[in-house]
Write a protein that binds this ligand. Structure first.
Ligand code: DUC
Ligand code: ZN
Ligand code: ZN
Length: 466
């Protein structure tokens, strides 16, 4: 006796595509087979794909931003948007502020998430203050408790770490098995270019992109990889935007280093020209690293196809447009450097990659699953409970209509932002139903599940074997 049977779908994993019914019991997949019977609920899924629920391992929710800037999503709206976009797990970042204990940051973050989430949630740490106490005591204890990944920044005031701090942190990651993620941009080079631009009165949003050119990212990527090599740790380079940074990853791998790569929808769909609009309009597209040019878009596609990139994440970092706590922050008019940095995308990640990637013949549907679910689960310590459709795995299932045509528009999205950077984009393929541990949480673009169904996920160290 199953609680639910999903009938007639084409099941897709990172490795296989096959016809099977899915029997669900106690929130897990209990059977995959033909003609399953005997269930309290039968979901007819002829013509649909059954995919492992999307895992978005790069999401910012309710992250403190300072200066009166407020992120547009809390855990309720962020996970609502994630669920409606076909995701069953997200991994947002818990930010440690300078002078703060990691525990304190985590307690605050757990309190924000408790009882609010529609999908399952795990937290990465952002280390802004790697003091001897943090590195010697807090971090090892927290990795053992299941916070098995952490992000380091090479840019931003209050966040950027020195090379020595990065090495000391990597050393603890090596001892504990945590995966280091890096935001690779050279802070001094950016500040040099900012000052120069402002001296010339170049303060419009488009100068955000101009002052973070490719060498800023390439140099930092090279340095981060070198530091990881010196420390003897694997490294995940997040939000890679261009070929030169990709080449650094490729070269490192050829030397036998464990370096992983992530890219995001903005680097496939946007360019720096999107920031070059009248007045403040370009602020809608301000994110870091910035979108580049058509050649960089093509390079990122190539990286998704060939395996330079292991994961495709949204880097959902939403700010409202019509809001002085968001993209219209008054200081942003004085200079691009104050424009809140980030764009929404957790709900549109899967449709964009499916439509532009699978439907346009650039990647197989199995590669789509690897890039959007399986590899996230493997690298961040959730596999095989999450990230695949197999007997014993959580019944995290997205039923996907591969034929459905939709126009992306703010009116159909569920995030807390008041715009989407992809307004008007036509896509083919859309999630119809999202199930988290066997419970339908989103159906036909609306939330239906009980609020608070999402659970916190304690993770084990990732599988970094290749
Ligand atoms: N880095 C991110 O990962 N997200 C938003 C802004 C940033 O710099
Ligand atoms: Zn970043
Ligand atoms: Zn991010």
């Amino acid at each position: 006796m199953y609680e639910t049977i999903v009938k007639g779908a084409t099941v897709v994993t990172a490795a296989d595509t096959f016809q099977a019914d899915i029997g669900i019991a106690q929130g897990r997949i209990a059977a995959l087979g033909r003609d399953l019977r005997d269930a309290a609920e039968v979901i007819e899924a002829d013509g649909l794909l059954a995919l492992p629920g999307g895992i978005d391992s790069h999401v910012h929710i309710a992250q403190p931003s300072g200066d009166g800037v407020v992120m547009a999503d809390d855990f309720a709206s962020g996970t609502r948007s994630a669920a409606c976009g076909g995701n069953t797990t997200i991994l947002p970042f818990c930010l440690q502020q300078r002078g703060q204990r990691l525990r304190e940051a985590l307690d605050d973050y757990h309190a924000l998430a408790a009882g609010q989430c529609h999908v399952d949630v795990g937290f990465h740490l952002i280390l802004a203050d790697p003091t001897p106490h943090v590195l010697g005591q807090e971090l090892p204890a927290l990795v053992a408790e299941g916070y098995t990944s952490l992000k380091l920044f090479m840019t931003y005031e209050g966040l950027a770490l020195s090379d020595r701090q990065i090495l000391d942190t990597m050393d603890v990651a090596r001892e504990t098995g945590a995966l280091v993620m890096v935001h690779a941009e050279n802070e001094d080079a950016i500040r040099f270019l900012w000052d120069k631009a402002e001296r010339h009165g170049e303060t419009a949003p488009k100068y955000h992109a101009a002052t973070r050119p490719v060498p800023v990212e390439r140099e930092a990527t090279h340095r981060a990889i070198s530091l990881a090599e010196i420390a003897g740790v694997p490294l995940m380079v997040v939000h890679v935007s261009n070929r030169e940074a990709m080449e650094e990853i490729d070269r490192a791998r050829r030397r036998g280093l464990k370096v992983f790569g992530e890219t995001c929808p903005q680097y496939l769909m946007l360019t720096a020209e999107d920031l070059d609009l009248e007045g403040m309009e370009g602020a809608r597209f301000v994110c870091s690293p910035p979108p580049r040019d058509r050649a960089s878009q093509a390079a990122c596609w190539e990286g998704l196809e060939t395996g330079i990139f292991d994961v495709f994440s949204s880097d959902h970092c939403p700010f409202r447009w019509e809001d002085t706590a968001g993209k219209q922050h008054p200081k942003g008019r004085q200079s691009f450097r104050w424009i809140p940095n980030g764009i929404p995308g957790v709900e549109t990640r899967l449709p964009i990659l499916f439509s532009e990637g699978v439907r346009k013949g650039r990647i197989s549907v199995n590669r789509f699953v690897a890039l959007t679910a399986t590899n996230h689960a493997r690298l961040y310590g959730l596999y095989p409970r999450k990230g695949t459709l197999a007997v014993g795995s959580d019944a995290d299932i997205t039923l996907w209509d591969p034929e459905r045509r939709c126009r992306i528009s703010q009116s159909r999205l569920h995030h807390g932002a008041d715009y989407t950077p992809y307004e008007g984009l036509e896509v083919e393929g859309w999630p119809v139903r999202t199930m988290v541990r066997g419970v339908t949480v989103a159906l036909e673009g609306e939330i239906v599940g009980p609020s608070g169904h999402g659970r916190y996920l304690r993770r084990h160290p990732g599988r970094l074997g290749g």
